[in-house]
Design a protein. Sequence first.
Length: 242
Amino acid sequence: MELLLLSNSRSPGQPMLAHAAEALVKFVAGRRVTFLPYALADHSEYAEAVAGALGRYEIEMTGLHTSTDPIADVRSAEVLFLGGGNTFRLLRALQSLRLVEPIRDAALAGAGYLGASAGTNMACPTLRTTNDMPIVEPGSFQTLDLIPFQINPHYLDPDPASTHMGETREERLLQFLEENDVPVLGLREGSWLLVTGDGKASLGGPHSARLFERGREPLELPAGAELSSLLASEPRFDTPSH
């Protein structure tokens, strides 16, 4: 299984995906990309922007929103790219189109999985560590479960000078751990997680990441850190009683 999970698709002062261009080109390796634009409302506009961004690196792309048989096209895809936007909207669209299992099966069978922000959230077991407002209601919070731990994209460190009275990102993730015994990797802007076919995982990009685990102080992980041990996690989620 090959995964490239970006915290963000845009970095300040750079074109879309430029901050991760080297990793992206190496990951795609000449394969054709199938892009799923469902995290934003205007699928055509989003797909056009991503096609332009990938085109700078001579990467060919097809938008799944134009397909007459999206399930078949997912199953035959070489690289699946799930873009950023609203995670709740993306998950509801995948559920409505009956794409959750086909995407998971394709990734497990060897198709590359590329995610950015909301698309990175989709690779986790659930969307419970997204930053997004629930603008729509999906049928469940269960996502693709390609990795056994959670990611928090766009991770922000607490600002000691801030006068904002709401919870910091760290406080919210610690609240998540009060209810769920699952590691959470806080990916800062400009960073990504790479999972290679030999079962290894590493932190990419110029920044460190922050790892949250129940009963432990948050751990700072340096850029380039080896994270393969997280792939052996055994998460325990809170399950609602009925």
